[in-house]
Design a protein around this ligand. Structure first.
Ligand code: FES
Length: 161
C-alpha cells in the first residue's frame, strides 16, 4: 500500500510535517532542498503536497511550480525507481540511436515519457546526453552506456531489476 496517500485518497501529510520540522525557516530560499526532500519521501511532487507546502510556508504556488518545472531533477508525475534516458541527438542518431530507443521501448513495453506498471523504470528520450563521443548512448540513473548495441540492452535492464 502507498504510504504517501491516506485511505481517503488525500496525500498523507506526515512526511511533509517532518520535512518542515527538519528544515529551519522553510521559506523561498530553502525551496530546492524542501522539494528534494518531498520528492525523496513521496517519490514525486504530488500536487496536494505542494499546495499544502504553499499554505504552510507562505511560498506562492506559482513560485513552487516555477521551480518544480524548471529543474529536470523534479517530477510532477509518479516516477520509476530507475530513470532511463536514451539520446535522440544527431551523433547518436547516425550511430543507431533510433534502434536503441526502439529496443528499450519494446523491452519495457512503454513509450518515452511513460513509467512501467511495476514502477521500476521511467523511460525518457533527451536531445543530447553531452557524451556524443560515446554514441549511441543510454543512461540509467547515473550510469552511462556508450557505444551501445541493441542486443546488450536486455541484459543491462535485467541488472536493474
Ligand atoms: S548526440 Fe547523443 S550524446 Fe550527444
Amino acid at each position: 500500500m502507498d504510504k504517501t496517500v491516506s485511505k481517503e485518497g488525500h496525500p498523507n501529510l506526515e512526511p511533509l510535517d517532518e520535512i518542515l520540522t527538519l528544515i529551519p525557516n522553510p521559506g523561498s530560499n530553502r525551496l530546492i532542498p524542501i522539494l528534494q526532500e518531498i520528492q525523496k519521501s513521496y517519490g514525486y511532487l504530488q500536487p496536494g503536497v505542494l499546495m499544502e507546502l504553499s499554505k504552510r510556508t507562505g511560498i506562492s504556488a506559482s513560485r513552487i511550480y516555477g521551480v518544480a518545472t524548471f529543474y529536470e531533477q523534479f517530477h510532477l508525475e509518479p516516477h520509476g525507481r530507475h530513470t532511463i534516458k536514451c539520446c535522440r541527438g544527431t551523433a547518436c542518431h547516425v550511430k543507431g540511436g533510433p534502434n536503441i530507443i526502439d529496443t528499450v521501448r519494446r523491452a519495457l513495453d512503454i513509450e518515452p515519457g511513460q513509467t512501467t506498471e511495476d514502477m521500476q523504470f521511467t523511460f525518457e528520450t533527451v536531445a543530447c546526453l553531452g557524451t556524443c563521443f560515446l554514441a549511441p548512448v543510454m543512461m540509467i540513473d547515473n550510469d552511462y552506456y556508450g557505444h551501445l548495441a541493441a542486443h546488450k540492452i536486455e541484459h543491462i535492464l535485467e541488472s536493474y531489476k
